[in-house]
Design a protein around this ligand. Structure first.
Ligand code: HEC
Length: 173
């Protein structure tokens, strides 16, 4: 029994030394082009989803369904630079966004699965270790972020023409 425990201890120690040599010795690649194994990716996505679900507790404002709020959100979506990475109705994303890893999702395909509180939390706080910025740190007000959420919830049904009309004259940062 004691021999077995000593063996387990020794193996644990060797494992820790090997892992330290691997990571601190620079063998692990932090390149954006180094793709993680599928299992690591799916674990990261589960951790992200669970974390956002637990943290997203804010209640949406009463005017979230109002067309005026949705249209103000479309303007904010352009003014804050979201289209650069995510694109928008009739608007392509910047070429560099194809070099981000993880890559920014096409938002109209995910917003149906997210609550307004979850969208608000992500936009406000960002997602650590990804290209998704915190727009609270970038200086946006909560009211403006809720307008963006209002727009995002309608995004799958916003036509290219409507988006163009709503955002006329608004320039990217
Ligand atoms: C510099 C690029 C960049 C900009 C600018 C950016 N995003 Fe993102 N965004 C990302 C990336 C990358 C992800 C994916 C993160 C991940 O996979 O965990 C993301 C994820 C998201 C998500 C979560 C999607 C999901 O699956 O739940 C939402 C919502 C979102 N962004 C909204 C916005 C909004 C709204 C703006 C503008 C206010 C914005 N983003 C600006 C890069 C960006």
């Amino acid at each position: 029994m004691r021999v077995l425990l000593a063996l387990i201890g020794a193996l644990g120690l060797i494992g820790a030394v090997v892992a330290a040599a691997f990571f601190f010795g620079g063998f692990y690649s932090v390149a954006g082009t180094a793709y993680e194994p599928e299992i690591v990716k799916s674990v990261l996505v589960r951790v992200r989803t669970a974390s956002i679900a637990r943290h997203a507790k804010d209640t949406p404002p009463a005017n979230i369904e109002d067309p005026a709020t949705v249209q103000a959100g479309a303007k904010m979506f352009v003014a804050q630079g979201c289209t650069t990475c995510h694109g928008g109705p009739g608007v392509g994303w910047a070429k560099f966004s194809e070099g981000l890893h993880p890559d920014p999702p096409d938002l109209k395909e995910v917003v149906g699965d997210r609550t307004p509180a979850e969208l608000f939390w992500v936009i406000k706080n960002g997602i650590n270790m990804t290209g998704m910025p915190s727009f609270a740190l970038a200086g946006a007000k909560d009211e403006e972020l809720w307008q963006i959420v209002a727009f995002l919830k309608k995004l799958p049904n916003v036509s290219d023409a409507d988006f163009k009309a709503w955002t006329a004259g608004v320039s990217k940062p």
